[in-house]
Design a protein around this ligand. Structure first.
Ligand SMILES: O=C(O)c1ccccc1N[C@@H]1O[C@H](COP(=O)(O)O)[C@@H](O)[C@H]1O
Length: 217
C-alpha cells in the first residue's frame, strides 16, 4: 500500500476532511514563507481536530533542531520533515525523521545517498526520505514534478516518499514509474494556495489506492 500525506493543511476542517478521505498523515507547515504556514497555536487546534489514528507531521525549513523538537513535543507530532544538507548533529530526533531533498539530476540523488549513508553511520538513519522537485529559490509546495524516470529503481535502504507536483490526475502514473513507499501532496489538491479542496483530496486518495492495488496484485 502506498501511504499518503496531505501536506499543508491550514484549518482543522481540512485536516479532519483529509483524514476522513483516507489520508495516512497530514502535514503542518511551519515555514513562515509558505502560503501554508501555521503558527504552533493554529497547529494545536488542527492536531486536536484529527482522529486518534491519523498522525500529524511537521514541515520545518531552516529551524534549529532544538526548536524543531520543542514544537514537535508541544504538539505531539509523529514525524518531522526537514530541509538540511547534513543529518542533525544532535541526538536522533525522537520522532520519525523525514529529510526532504529537492532533486533535479543524478548528482542530487547521489547527495541523498551520501546523506543517508552518513546518518546510518551515526546510527541516525531517517525513517524515510522525501524526494521533491528542484525549483530554484523555492523550498517546496512548487507544483512542479520531480524527475520520476531518474527515481525508477532508486534504493537507499530507507522508504522513499515522492512529492512535487502530484495531482489526482498524475499520481497513478507517478506511482507506476517510481513505486514509492508513500506520496506527499500540497498544491495539487488545493483550490487556492493553502486552501484544500475536499473533492480533489478525495480523488487523490482514491487514485492512489487504485494505483497501489494494481501495483501489489
Ligand atoms: O507547501 C509548501 O509551501 C512548502 C514550503 C516549503 C517547504 C515544503 C513545502 N511543502 C512540501 O512540498 C511538497 C511538494 O509540494 P507540491 O505538492 O508540489 O505543492 C509538499 O508535499 C510538502 O511536503
Amino acid at each position: 500500500m502506498v501511504r499518503i500525506k496531505i501536506c499543508g493543511v491550514t484549518i482543522p476542517e481540512a485536516a479532519r476532511g483529509a483524514a476522513e478521505a483516507g489520508a495516512d498523515a497530514v502535514g503542518l507547515n511551519f515555514y513562515p514563507q509558505s502560503p501554508r504556514f501555521v503558527t504552533p497555536a493554529q497547529a494545536g487546534a488542527i492536531v486536536r481536530a484529527l482522529p486518534a489514528f491519523t498522525p500529524p507531521v511537521g514541515v520545518f525549513v531552516g529551524m534549529p533542531v532544538r526548536q524543531v523538537c520543542a514544537v514537535a513535543f508541544q504538539l505531539g507530532l509523529r514525524g518531522v520533515q526537514t530541509y538540511d544538507d547534513q543529518p542533525p548533529d544532535a541526538d536522533t530526533f525522537p520522532f520519525a525523521h523525514v529529510p526532504a531533498f529537492r532533486v533535479k539530476d543524478q548528482a542530487g540523488l547521489d547527495h541523498v545517498r551520501r546523506f543517508v549513508d552518513t546518518a546510518r553511520a551515526l546510527n541516525r538513519a531517517p525513517a524515510a526520505v522525501l524526494i521533491d522537485s528542484h525549483v530554484p529559490g523555492q523550498m517546496g509546495g512548487t507544483g512542479h514534478v520531480a524527475p520520476w524516470a531518474l527515481l525508477k529503481g532508486f534504493d537507499v535502504g530507507v522508504s522513499i516518499i515522492l512529492a512535487g507536483g502530484l495531482t489526482p490526475e498524475n499520481v497513478a502514473d507517478a506511482i507506476a514509474v517510481v513505486r514509492p513507499w508513500g506520496v506527499d501532496v500540497a498544491s495539487g489538491v488545493e483550490s487556492a494556495p493553502g486552501v484544500k479542496d475536499p473533492d480533489k483530496v478525495a480523488q487523490f486518495v482514491k487514485n492512489v489506492r487504485t494505483a497501489s492495488e494494481s501495483l501489489f496484485t
